[in-house]
Write a protein that binds this ligand. Structure first.
Ligand SMILES: C[S@@+](CC[C@H](N)C(=O)[O-])C[C@H]1O[C@@H](n2cnc3c(N)ncnc32)[C@H](O)[C@@H]1O
Length: 247
């Protein structure tokens, strides 16, 4: 089988929305991740953009066949931008009654998550390579997700790049529509102005309510990733916000 590559970006950015929420980066894999891709991708991975690279199981109506993907039907958590996958694996291991679908645009992160899935012998994690927003728009039906996790999305600190930020009104409305009523959208960032933007945008969405009064302390079930630790070491304050779909 052909294995995924980061070439999807060129195809995808022409065909869909030109503004991507992630940085174009070169992918260097290394031996363990190459091996994980070769052995584990066919079992645990699929490509958002290219069926030839591993197809998502879809129903006749084009929606993701979650039961076929996981081999069971359980509440589904979608993680957008899983990075190296440490959080996905820790949360999924502690929460075996739910299934976790991690979507990551950067191939080394996808491959690293495959390594971690195998190491932890997890059966409730799958990984998609590509743009999570494209996947959600095209293949995730309304009202079907139990939770959406957006942890430390690219901060796009320059004002002219803010339009690339993941947490913005249109994306929040999209993600909210895919949650079941009562499902949660959990976001975290270590960038102060992005945290404020998150709270503002999330609060303004008419179908979401805050589960707390503003930000919450990091819930114990969300582990600190290396990426987050780098922010903390730089003196950044980490903020979490957990919203619930109301209607
Ligand atoms: C700053 S990193 C944080 C990674 C991880 N969540 C953590 O806390 O360590 C953000 C990640 O989100 C990914 N990303 C951003 N937008 C994405 C999208 N639309 N679809 C999939 N991945 C995305 C990037 O490739 C990057 O790996």
């Amino acid at each position: 089988m052909t294995l995924p590559s980061d070439a999807f970006r060129h195809v995808a950015s022409r065909a869909h929305e030109p503004l991507r929420t992630f940085h174009p980066r070169r992918a260097t894999l290394g031996r363990d991740r190459e091996r994980a891709l070769a052995h584990l991708w066919p079992r645990f991975g699929f490509s958002v953009h290219d069926d030839a690279l591993g197809r998502a199981p879809l129903r006749a109506d084009g929606s993701l066949d979650v039961a076929a993907l996981f081999g069971r039907f359980a509440p589904l958590v979608l993680e957008i931008g899983s990075g190296m996958g440490e959080t996905t694996v820790a949360m999924a291991a502690a929460d075996p009654s739910r299934d976790y679908l991690a979507v990551e645009a950067h191939l080394p992160g996808v491959a690293n998550l495959l390594v971690l899935i195998e190491r932890a012998a997890l059966t409730n994690v799958r990984v998609a390579h590509g743009d999570a927003l494209d996947l959600v728009r095209r293949h995730v039906p309304e009202g079907t997700l139990d939770a959406v996790h957006v942890f430390f999305p690219d901060p796009w600190p320059k004002a002219r790049h803010h339009k690339r930020r993941l947490v913005q009104p249109a994306h929040v409305a999209l993600l909210r529509s895919r949650l079941r009523v009562g499902g949660t959208l959990h976001c975290a960032t270590d960038w102060a102005d992005y945290a404020d933007q998150m709270l503002e945008v999330l609060t303004a969405d008419p179908g979401l309510e805050n589960t707390a009064d503003g930000f919450v302390a990091r819930p114990a079930h969300r582990p600190v990733t290396k990426f987050e630790q780098r922010g903390i070491d730089l003196g950044h304050e980490v903020r979490d916000v957990v919203m619930r779909r109301t209607r």
